[in-house]
Design a protein around this ligand. Structure first.
Ligand code: TXA
Ligand code: MG
Length: 352
């Protein structure tokens, strides 16, 4: 199969790209689509055979559920059930953060094909803010199931070129709307009802928001809506992996990557070549000596801006992976706000 790339530039004509994507999706095929976080590999969520093609193209294990993207806030109930006890907080989160990089894990609507949720009783659902994606899902008239458009376990693609290097020959079409504006996958949050343990006179208990995958919407952003905790690895009901984004090895380059928590511990080995993924690119705080590196990539040339670092992370990881060095060393970023999601991706990319 040849993989074609069609450009959809806002301001220019996006109609042709939208029309071609929708025609393929209607025919039960898969298409790589831009979102504000990373590129996704989409299929009509209500067409089980089309969804099966996503797993096939990605070499994705069938136990790993997909995220469903809806066209509008009021379409959430097409795929999920806003059960009593969570409906209120779910609606508030949707009102505040959609369209945007927040995926809610909610009870699944039984009419959604089981293959989408890999048999789980819940579904991950979000609404993308990318204008081209928004047009496609609206025009299709059906929600789109879309995981990141990379082979399983590899670095998520933040450009159409990156999708091509992952899935060339495996999918018919890539819609190229330029670089993703977030560059990190959505925050995944499971919502659970407040436990009814509030003693009389005490404040009403708050709903429980469990972050299953850190992302652009931070713990701080969510705190006013409920009690926020970091995710558990397995579902209490099923014992299954809840977010294989949580598998230890994920988002990994082919070149071994080492997260350097103690700069003094790094001694370059004779005859080996190294690349450095640096946060600020400055020799501050006793960080690594640039002279030891064949190639240096700086996450935040704006000297320590987490948003900039998040935006560039996967792009630079890919670039260093292609640099032909023996090992990539990465400095952690500050562990607050968006830094939590960036450090999480670096840890999972690490092979040590
Ligand atoms: O930003 C994003 O979320 C991107 C764009 C394309 O929307 N998508 C994405 O999908 O990152 P994927 O498949 O690469 O990661 C989705 C994660 C997986 O770790 C999956 O296990 C988890 O979401 N997930 C999906 N449904 C779930 C559910 N019902 N319960 C728990 N985790 C779920
Ligand atoms: Mg992924």
């Amino acid at each position: 199969m040849t993989t074609e790339t069609v450009i959809a530039d806002e301001g220019e004509d996006t109609r042709d790209a939208v029309r071609r994507a929708v025609a393929l999706l209607r025919a039960g095929d898969v298409v790589a689509l831009p979102t504000e976080t990373v590129y996704g590999l989409g299929a009509d969520a209500f067409n089980a055979a089309a969804v099966a093609r996503i797993y096939e193209a990605k070499d994705r294990p069938s136990f790993d559920p997909l995220i469903v993207h809806v066209a509008a806030k009021d379409k959430v109930e097409e795929v999920a059930v806003l059960a009593p006890g969570i409906a209120r907080v779910a609606r508030r989160l949707i009102e505040v953060f959609w369209p945007g990089p927040l995926t809610l894990v909610l009870p699944r609507n039984p009419s959604l094909p089981e293959i989408v949720t890999a048999g789980l009783p819940t579904v991950g659902v979000r609404m993308s803010a990318n204008p081209v994606f928004a047009k496609i899902v609206k025009e299709l008239g059906s929600p789109i199931a879309a995981p990141s458009a990379n082979r399983f376990g590899r670095i998520s693609p933040t450009s159409a070129g990156a999708v091509l290097s992952e899935l060339d020959g495996r999918i018919p079409l890539i819609i190229d709307a330029g670089a993703c504006s977030e560059g990190l996958e959505s925050t995944i949050v499971r919502i659970e009802p407040a436990s009814a343990s509030g003693a009389p006179g005490k404040k009403a208990p708050r709903p429980l928001l469990t972050i299953l995958r850190a992302g652009p919407i931070t713990k701080e952003n969510l705190q006013i809506y409920g009690k926020v905790v970091q995710g558990k690895r397995l579902s209490p009901e099923t014992g299954k992996i809840e977010a294989p984004g949580q598998l230890d090895s994920h988002y990994a380059p082919r070149t071994p990557l080492r997260l350097v928590t103690d700069p003094k511990g790094f001694v370059p080995e004779q005859g080996k070549t190294y690349a450095l993924l640096s946060y600020r690119g400055k020799r501050k705080d006793g960080y690594l000596d640039m002279a030891d590196f064949e190639k240096v990539a700086v996450l935040s040339p704006g000297s320590g801006k987490l948003y900039e670092a998040g935006l560039r992370l996967f792009f630079l990881m890919r670039e260093l992976d292609e640099a032909g060095v023996d090992e990539i060393l990465a400095e952690p970023v500050s562990d607050k706000g968006l830094g939590v999601a960036i450090n999480d991706r670096l840890r999972r990319a690490s092979s040590f």
